[in-house]
Design a binder for this molecule. Structure first.
Ligand code: SPD
Length: 286
C-alpha cells in the first residue's frame, strides 16, 4: 500500500492512493502539486484540493465546454478564465469554427507545471488559435477594451479563500460586459450537495444578470460529494437548441458528452428545483 493524499473539504474527506510525486511548488498565489494516483492516473491539487485527474477530467471539461459551444450561434471568439491544466481550452479548440481562444490564467506556475507533468490533459497548448495570458481575470473583464466574445467559460477554483471573488457579482458583471449580446457564458458552479449556499446564491446572482440561467449536473468522482454542477447563461439563446451538425464530430471525440447527456444533464433534482423556486431568502431550506 502506498501513501494517501487526502483532501478535507467542508467536513468531508477524500483520499487517493499516491504512488509517485512529480511536482510540488508554491507560487505567490497557491501550493501546486502533481502526483500519480493508483486509480485515476496523474492528478493536480491546488492548496490541497483536487483540481483534476487523468481518470475523470473528461467529464468536467467536456461538460463545461460543449453545452455552451454547441448552443451558441457560430462561436468564433471564446474566452476561458482559469483552467490552468489546459483541459478546457483543449475541448474548446476541438471546435473547428473557433478562430480565437483567449485564456486568462492568473498563475503561471500551474500552467508550467501542467505542461510538463500533465501533458495528456493539456494537449492544445501549441494550437495557434490559443492566446494564453498570465493575468488576473477579474481585472481583465473589468478593464479590457477588446472585442467581446461569443462564449465565455469560467474554470476557476472553489469559492473559498482567494477564489471567492470569482463567484462575486462584480466579477459576473465584468464577464457579461465582455460577452456579445447573444453570447453564452458557462461556469463551474460547485456541488449543490455540499456547497448548497454557494450553489444557490450563484444561481440567484446569475439570474439578476441573465435572462436565461440553467444549471446542469454530472458526476465528477474527484470532487467533494461527486455531484458537480455547471451553469449555462444567456439572454437570447436556447440551452436545448444544440447545433446537431456541429455536434456530431465533437461527440465522436468525447468520452462523456453526447446529446442524450446534454438533454438529461439539465433535468433538475427536486431539491434544486425547490431551492431555486424558493428564491434567495429561503435558499437554505431547499
Ligand atoms: N473542488 C474542485 C473544483 C475545481 C474546479 N475547477 C477545476 C479545474 C479543472 N480544469
Amino acid at each position: 500500500m502506498g501513501l494517501w493524499y487526502e483532501e478535507t473539504f467542508k467536513g468531508t474527506r477524500l483520499s487517493l492512493e499516491v504512488t509517485d510525486t512529480f511536482f510540488s511548488g508554491k507560487s505567490e498565489y497557491q501550493k501546486v502539486e502533481i502526483f500519480e494516483t493508483r486509480e485515476y492516473g496523474r492528478a493536480l491539487a491546488i492548496d490541497s484540493v483536487f483540481m483534476t485527474s487523468e481518470g475523470d477530467e473528461f467529464v468536467y471539461h467536456e461538460m463545461l465546454t460543449h453545452p455552451a459551444l454547441l448552443t451558441a450561434k457560430d462561436p468564433k471568439r471564446v474566452l476561458v478564465i482559469g483552467g490552468g491544466d489546459g483541459g478546457t481550452v483543449r475541448e474548446v479548440l476541438r471546435h473547428p469554427g473557433v478562430e480565437k481562444c483567449v485564456m486568462i490564467e492568473i498563475d503561471e506556475l500551474v500552467v508550467r507545471a501542467c505542461q510538463e507533468h500533465l501533458p495528456t490533459i493539456g494537449t492544445a497548448w501549441d494550437d495557434p488559435r490559443l492566446d494564453l495570458r498570465f493575468a488576473d481575470g477579474i481585472d481583465y473583464v473589468k478593464n479590457s477594451d477588446e472585442e467581446p466574445y461569443d462564449v465565455i467559460l469560467l474554470d476557476g477554483t472553489d469559492p473559498i479563500g482567494p477564489g471567492e471573488v470569482l463567484f462575486g457579482m462584480e466579477f459576473f458583471r465584468g464577464v457579461k460586459r465582455m460577452l456579445k449580446p447573444n453570447g453564452i457564458m458557462a461556469l463551474q458552479s460547485e456541488t449543490p450537495m455540499l456547497l448548497r449556499d454557494v450553489f444557490f446564491e450563484t444561481q440567484f446572482k446569475l439570474r439578476e444578470l441573465f435572462g436565461k440561467v440553467h444549471p446542469y449536473f454530472g458526476p465528477v468522482p474527484l470532487y467533494a460529494s461527486g455531484i458537480w454542477s455547471w451553469t449555462w447563461c444567456s439572454d437570447t439563446q436556447d440551452h436545448t437548441a444544440v447545433d446537431e451538425g456541429r455536434a456530431a464530430p465533437i461527440v465522436d471525440g468525447c468520452k462523456y458528452y453526447n446529446l442524450d447527456i446534454h438533454r438529461g444533464a439539465f433535468a433538475l433534482p427536486n431539491y434544486v428545483r425547490r431551492g431555486i423556486a424558493a428564491g434567495p431568502q429561503d435558499k437554505k431550506e431547499g
